[in-house]
Design a protein around this ligand. Structure first.
Ligand SMILES: C[S@@+](CC[C@H](N)C(=O)[O-])C[C@H]1O[C@@H](n2cnc3c(N)ncnc32)[C@H](O)[C@@H]1O
Length: 545
């Protein structure tokens, strides 16, 4: 049916998009199409009372009006649409038309989102909600809509076989709700290949809107703005790389200390250079601009030749490799054995022993000279379930009164044994009991002491499973010269059938001139060296002799 332009009114939802304003550039372009005779002259509209309401095509009708006057007749197909259909039709048309201004597209999606959030069915009610300032969820919401609402808007607009993609909806809503308003103002659309200088492409808005922090959006906006033209095209890739960077590098980029163009290569270094120290060094050089891409690739390759060593280096800071067992924080920390127990030992040494020689937490582990129970506390904390602890003078309930010479454990049943021996008679351990034990290693003459040590080592050999380990901590004592107790234990262990698997020394706690000046005075007077280390021996019960 032919209808005069002056008899056609706007879609009632048009005023919610860019305040109903029309874009003069769009109109100018459409007018050009009219002059070439390529602009379609057919419109859709509905009747409400006497009013004819256009479904969409407001710019087009305005172009015809400006060219031919308001009495010009266009072809109109009348449809029977309710309010919601009027909205969906217009929004869908706006989104799908290439020529439509970015702001109009975005506001169309926001309109659909708000309509859904308002849960009303008529444009009148929707209008009054907006006017009265009553804002149900979603109408004005300044906060980011949920993923769910992106999907429901896309679904809402995709009825009748015509689809609007979820990504489109998500991008526009994200820009609207998340993007810094000053940046958003500058987001536009490349129209006919010519983007207005001050306008930023939509992807720019989409990319920045993904950052929650508005300050970060502004910083990155500046980074992009100041970047060279050819780089701007790679910007969304660069921003993706930027996101994966560590905090420090991100800050450097935001403060423009590093060019964002280096983001991918820094990520590559972090991912592919296994040695942390080397990583940092290469990144420092990248920051100083002293490496080109080829040189970086070269450095990455070189660093990989040494992977095994580097893997090891990565572990250096772990408990497994700590060499100073008496770091201040480990020095008798609360909760491991007893601080005041004469001859207690380093929890970290026990931890290392267990980490290396009893890897499975279900293994049966034994300390048959448990003292104040350091072994039990460390092992429990590490999650071991089968811990056996003995001492001839037990001072806690979880230590059983047994001598190490015979713990009562079955042959070939134990996975790991730790013994921190008395340094012969250095400390009289019977002070922890009111009854002296005849098995007490600290109260025997030297030969008997060694004899009893042999019984203990033989017993341990018997109860240990094959291919399992026995760890000993012992130190020297001075009695008519120096008694090298570790050497004695070693000899006995080899006699019994053990093999020495490992040997280390452990610096003694507090063995400094300042802490014990007397020890240094005696050493000077009697012409010997101060004992500053204890010995650690690890024996293995070999499977096949
Ligand atoms: C150096 S202390 C162990 C300290 C323990 N590692 C700690 O951190 O508390 C030696 C322990 O061996 C115990 N002992 C001495 N002769 C023993 C024996 N024949 N059987 C079992 N324990 C014995 C002592 O009572 C003493 O508790």
């Amino acid at each position: 049916m032919k209808v005069k332009i002056k008899d056609l009114k706007s879609n009632p939802f048009k005023k919610f998009i860019s305040g109903g304003r029309l874009n003069s550039e769009t109109i100018a372009r459409l007018k050009e199409s009219i002059s070439h005779g390529t602009l379609p002259i057919t419109f859709s509209a509905r009747k409400v009372g006497k009013e004819n309401q256009l479904c969409f095509g407001h710019h087009r009708i305005e172009a015809f009006k400006q060219v031919h006057g308001k009495d010009f007749e266009v072809e109109v197909n009348f449809v029977d649409y309710n309010d919601e259909k009027m909205l969906v039709d217009m929004v869908r048309e706006n989104i799908n038309q290439r020529d439509v201004d970015y702001q109009d597209k975005k506001e169309s999606v926001v309109l659909a989102h708000n309509w859904l959030g308002s849960k009303v069915k008529t444009v009148k009610r929707f209008d009054s909600l907006k006017k009265t300032g009553f804002h149900p969820k979603g109408i004005k919401g300044g906060s980011e809509p949920l993923e769910d609402s992106h999907r429901s808007v896309a679904k809402f607009l995709s009825k009748e076989g015509k689809s609007v993609s979820y990504e489109t909806v998500r991008n526009y809503l994200n820009i609207h709700f998340n993007l810094d308003k000053n940046i958003e103002k500058k987001v536009g659309k490349i129209v006919n290949g010519k983007n207005k200088e001050e306008k930023k492409p939509i992807w720019h808005g989409v990319t920045l809107a993904k950052f929650k922090d508005k300050k970060e959006q502004r910083d990155l906006d500046k980074v992009i703005e100041e970047s060279q033209e050819q780089r701007r095209n790679q910007m969304s890739t660069l921003i993706t790389s930027y996101k994966q960077l560590p905090k420090k590098e991100k800050e450097d980029i935001r403060e423009q200390k590093i060019d964002i163009v280096y983001a991918p290569i820094i990520n590559k270094v972090i991912k592919e250079v296994p040695d942390k120290i080397k990583q940092v060094k290469i990144i420092e050089r990248i920051k100083k601009n002293s490496l080109n891409q080829e040189q970086v690739t070269d450095l990455i390759k070189k660093s990989q030749n040494n992977k095994d060593f580097v893997l090891l280096k990565d572990q250096l800071s772990s408990d497994l490799f700590k060499e100073d067992w008496w770091l201040p924080e480990q020095k008798r920390p609360q909760g491991y054995g007893r601080n005041d127990y004469h001859g207690n030992c380093s929890p970290l040494l026990i931890k290392q022993g267990l980490l290396r020689y009893a890897k499975n937490k279900k293994e049966i582990i034994v300390d048959s000279m448990a003292g104040s129970g350091t072994f039990i506390d460390v092992a429990k904390e590490m999650g071991y379930k089968k811990i056996f602890a003995f001492d001839i003078y037990p001072i806690r309930e979880d230590i059983k009164k047994k001598s190490a010479q015979d713990t009562g454990l079955k042959n070939n049943s134990v996975d790991f044994i730790f013994n921190h021996y008395p340094y012969w008679e250095m400390v009289d351990y019977s002070k922890y009991s009111n009854k002296k034990s005849s098995d007490d290693l600290s109260s025997l003459n030297y030969d008997k002491f060694l004899n009893e040590c042999k019984k203990i080592i033989q017993h341990n050999f018997n109860i240990l499973k094959k291919d399992c380990y026995y760890m000993v901590l012992i130190g020297d004592i001075r009695r008519q010269g120096r008694k090298f107790l570790a050497s004695e234990i070693h000899k006995i262990a080899e006699e019994v059938g053990f093999n020495l698997w490992d040997r280390a020394v452990m610096k003694l706690q507090g063995q400094t001139i300042k802490a014990d000046p007397n020890a240094y005075y005696r050493a000077l007077k009697n012409n010997y060296m101060v004992q500053t280390y204890d010995d650690i021996l690890v024996f293995k019960k070999r499977g096949k002799k």
